[in-house]
Write a protein that binds this ligand. Structure first.
Ligand code: SIN
Length: 504
């Protein structure tokens, strides 16, 4: 089947901030970077609005940042990993600034810092208001393209992993120019992003459907906390998928959440009102909408006429949906935004299988727990992407050996739409056993018809772990088990000998 080539260096799948950071830090080792979409497209990093959280201002410290990260994560954050993330945060922001990311500055030349929910102080380094993702990615993409050790192959869609008899991941199978291509390498870094495309409405590119997560799971890698999915409370509800975001920074600036009667409802749900943790705000909005009262973000007073300069991306998205946020409240609804779960890694991006690394949203480093703190995702991608690149660069290829291919079949569009609707209905902001059972039944049916496709494997990981977790915590809320038990992370390994594996 197809051609096989060998790359004697680091093979990276995914070109968001994590993948690109890994590519840069692997130098001088050669890097082959594979991406399905052209650079700067098809990745969530480029869509990020808020910015990067880092303790950069007087009076803030990495310890305070780590404490906020741990508190937001509802008992499941690994404190050592949170401390590492927060400690390396300021250097990560400075490094990106040196690459040319034009962070907003104070008059004294420091980093301007804004407030987002569940941060105890203004800590978000922004770029041109709400343009952080796009501007940071443009700077990093420019650097990658001028780095001689990196070769980029766009249009290469991940279809499988190559694995030896001892479980070592020795390469990938991609479809490139319509042809299958096997690429072997000493180290494979999966930076394949999240699972937004498994849900009916997502704030991320819809092509992100957990393919890397699914393949790593099928290969036997340990998967952590798959049930924890973050729903952004204020996706702009103008009937679009992917849904544009109304950044949390708007609430940091004082924008209020109101219902159709104009009542500001958040104080009835949490003492921190609009600045309560993201999962609390998402559930409150979900409840208002379910009760028929609707939900809107009212920035008329807090931002008003300054909207076009302060939040240009949100402003443009609103106008495109016929809403002028200077004079009208913005209709909002929760949408799938981020996967806290993923391929379990250590502080160097090393997964549980030799030869395999993961970084960014597809990884589970333990820094997000049950609920990621706002603007910690670009930070995690930058910090742990660099670490994964450095570690992967020191891998060497073992001698020649027989490899098996782990492949997943494609899921037809109509089946994908059925899955997305079922995930939103039954594994969304609010869950219960009946819904999760129904969802697993739906996944069984789709799998019987179409095989073990990547989106089905990833969806099953979410649904099974959500069913098994008989409590509520962070982004996982069970109406039938509303209380929290003793905190415990989920670690799952799929049984070996899956129908998706066969000898090559
Ligand atoms: C936002 O700007 O509200 C999103 C930031 C994030 O997801 O961390």
């Amino acid at each position: 089947m197809g051609d096989r080539i060998h790359h004697d260096g680091v093979l990276i799948v995914g070109a968001g901030l994590a993948g690109l950071s890994a590519a840069l830090s692997a130098a001088p080792r050669k890097v082959l970077l594979l991406t399905g979409a052209p650079l700067n497209q098809g990745c969530s990093s480029a869509w990020a609005q808020g910015g990067m959280a880092a303790a950069l201002s007087d009076g803030d410290t990495p310890e305070l940042h780590a404490a906020d990260t741990i508190a937001a994560g509802a008992g499941l954050v690994d404190p050592a990993m949170a401390a590492l993330l927060a400690r390396e945060g300021p250097a990560a922001v400075r490094r990106l600034a040196e690459l040319g990311a034009p962070f907003d500055r104070t008059v004294e030349g420091g980093f301007a810092q804004s407030l987002e929910a569940a941060h105890s102080r203004p800590r978000i380094a922004r770029v041109k208001g709400d343009q952080a993702g796009r501007e940071i990615m443009e700077a990093v993409v420019r650097t990658v393209l001028s780095s001689r050790h990196v070769e980029v192959r766009a249009g290469a869609r991940l279809k499988g992993l190559l694995q030896d008899a001892e479980g070592r991941v020795c390469g990938v199978v991609v479809v490139h120019n319509g042809r299958p291509l096997e690429i072997t390498a000493p180290a494979v870094v999966l930076a394949t992003g999240g699972i937004g495309g498994l849900y009916g409405v997502t704030t991320t590119p819809a092509e992100l459907q957990g393919e890397g997560l699914a393949l790593a799971a099928l290969a036997g890698a340990v998967i952590g906390d798959p049930e924890f999915v973050q729903f952004h409370p204020t996706a702009i509800d103008i009937g679009r998928d992917p849904a544009p975001l109304a950044t949390e920074a708007l609430r940091g600036e004082g924008a209020k959440l109101i219902n159709a009667s104009g009542e500001a409802f958040m104080a009835g749900y949490h003492p921190d009102a609009e600045l309560a943790p993201r999962d609390v705000v998402a559930r409150a909005i979900h409840a208002e909408i379910a009760a028929g009262r609707g939900a809107f973000l009212d920035a008329r007073e807090a931002v008003g006429a300054h909207f076009p300069e302060e939040f240009p991306a949100v402003f443009a998205a609103c106008l495109s949906g016929g809403v002028d946020p200077r004079i009208q409240p913005i209709p909002v609804a929760p949408a799938c935004h981020y996967h806290m779960g993923g391929i379990v890694t250590d502080a160097h991006g090393t997964a549980s299988l030799p030869g395999l690394f993961a970084a960014g949203e597809s990884a589970s480093t333990g820094v997000h727990g049950a609920n990621r703190l706002a603007s910690n995702s670009l930070l995690e991608a930058a910090v742990f992407g660099v670490r994964a690149g450095v570690a992967a660069a020191s891998e060497t290829m073992p001698g020649p050996r027989a490899l098996r291919r782990l492949m997943t079949p494609d899921l037809p569009q109509d089946a994908l739409q059925t899955l997305r609707a079922a995930m939103s209905r039954d594994a969304g902001v609010v869950r219960d056993a009946a819904g999760l059972d129904r969802l697993l039944g739906q996944i069984d049916q789709l799998e019987a018809a179409h095989g073990r496709a990547g989106p089905l494997v990833a969806a099953r990981l979410v649904a099974s772990a959500a069913l098994d977790r008989r409590e509520s915590r962070g982004g996982h809320f069970r109406t039938d088990y509303p209380l929290s038990l003793a905190p415990q992370r989920t670690f799952v390994t799929l049984p070996e000998g899956t129908p998706a594996s066969r000898a090559a």
